[in-house]
Ligand binder design. Structure first.
Ligand code: ZN
Length: 105
């Protein structure tokens, strides 16, 4: 148990660069739209690792690093990796079992 005062712990968290990097899936809605051909932030996707179904817009996005990494909010496994290279966009979809692109009602 961390015995230090809460304000000290919160200040440390704000200084942690990893905290700044975690966004939600809506931060990359445009990028996902370009991949799937439709706005998928409100669409469900299944993590291939733990089989939790989450809205794409609620998945965790990590922008720093060599590419964009999107992780499952339940188990933190990578569901999607996107990297821009001189020859094109590399999209690693191994971590996602499905994305359901629902028809407008
Ligand atoms: Zn998962």
């Amino acid at each position: 148990m961390d015995e230090r005062p809460m304000d000290v712990r919160l200040a440390e968290m704000r200084d942690d660069p990893a905290i700044d990097l975690v966004l939600d899936g809506s931060a990359v809605g445009g990028m996902l739209g370009a991949i799937f051909g439709s706005d998928v932030t409100g669409m469900p996707g299944e993590c291939a690792s733990c089989h939790t179904v989450s809205l794409m817009g609620t998945m965790r996005v990590y922008l720093r690093g060599p590419g964009t990494v999107i992780r499952c909010p339940a188990c933190s496994q990578v569901v999607l990796r996107i990297a821009e290279t001189p020859r094109g966009s590399m999209i690693d979809l191994r971590g996602i079992a499905f994305v359901r692109i629902e028809h407008p009602s």
